[in-house]
Design a binder for this molecule. Structure first.
Ligand SMILES: CC(C)(COP(=O)(O)OP(=O)(O)OC[C@H]1O[C@@H](n2cnc3c(N)ncnc32)[C@H](O)[C@@H]1OP(=O)(O)O)[C@@H](O)C(=O)NCCC(=O)NCCS
Length: 182
C-alpha cells in the first residue's frame, strides 16, 4: 500500500517558490488580490469585503492540508521573495488531483501559472496512486485554458452547466475540462 499523495510544504520551480499557505498570509492576500473583481471574475467566490473573509477561507484551507484533502500553496517570485503572487490549490480525490489557481493581476502574463502548474501536474502523476491530474475553467476564461495546455494537459471537452461562477451569473455555466493521465 502506498502512502497517500501529499504536496511538500515548500518547494521551488525554476523561477518561483511555493510554500504551504497559513492564516498569517491573510492580510497580504487580502491586500494583493482578494478584493479585486478582475481577479475573481471567473472564480467560485466573490471579492472579499474584509480580511475576516480571507481568514475564514485560510482556516478552512489549513484544515484541508492537515486532513490531506487539499494542499493550498502561496507562490513567490524567487527574485522578489516578500511579495505574494497568488495561490495554487491541488485537491485530492482518490486517484485524481484537481487544481485551482489565482494570481494578483500584476503577476499575470509572465508564465507563472503555467510553470507552477507544469511542476504540480508532473509531481502528481509521478506518485504511484495518482492516475489523473485535472482542472476546468469557464468557457470565457481563455488565459486559464491556455495555462492548462501549457501544463501538459489535454482538452477533453465542455462540461455543460457544470459550475456556478457567481461574479458572472447565478446560473451554472459551461466549463472546459482538461486533464493529463498516465
Ligand atoms: C488564469 C491565470 C492564473 C493565468 O496566470 P498567468 O501566470 O498570467 O498565466 P501564464 O502567463 O502562465 O499563461 C497565460 C497564457 O494565456 C494566454 N492568454 C492570456 N490572456 C488570454 C486571452 N484573453 N486569450 C487567449 N489567451 C490568453 C497568454 O498569452 C499565455 O499564453 P502564451 O504563453 O502561449 O502566450 C491568471 O490570469 C489569473 O489569476 N486570473 C484570475 C483567476 C483565474 O481566472 N484563475 C483560473 C480559474 S479556472
Amino acid at each position: 500500500m502506498n502512502d497517500p499523495y501529499r504536496l511538500p510544504e515548500h518547494f521551488e520551480t525554476a523561477r518561483f517558490r511555493l510554500r504551504r499557505v497559513n492564516v498569517d498570509d491573510a492580510q497580504s492576500i487580502f491586500d494583493s488580490y482578494a478584493t479585486d473583481a478582475d481577479v475573481t471574475r471567473y472564480l467560485s467566490w466573490t471579492p472579499h469585503h474584509s480580511v475576516t473573509d480571507t481568514v475564514t477561507f485560510l482556516e478552512f484551507a489549513a484544515l484541508e492540508w492537515d486532513q490531506g484533502k487539499g494542499f493550498p500553496l502561496v507562490a513567490f517570485d524567487l527574485q522578489k521573495p516578500a511579495e505574494i503572487l497568488g495561490m495554487f490549490y491541488p485537491q485530492l480525490s482518490g486517484h485524481r488531483v484537481s487544481y485551482g489557481y489565482v494570481l494578483r493581476s500584476s503577476a499575470w502574463g509572465k508564465g507563472c501559472a503555467s510553470e507552477v502548474m507544469h511542476w504540480l501536474v508532473d509531481h502528481a502523476l509521478s506518485h504511484p496512486s495518482i492516475y489523473r491530474a485535472e482542472a476546468f475553467c469557464d468557457v470565457e476564461n481563455p488565459a486559464s485554458a491556455r495555462v492548462m495546455e501549457k501544463a501538459g494537459m489535454e482538452r477533453e471537452g465542455i462540461l455543460r452547466r457544470y459550475f456556478t461562477h457567481p461574479n458572472i451569473s447565478e446560473s451554472p455555466r459551461d466549463c472546459i475540462i482538461y486533464s493529463k493521465v498516465r
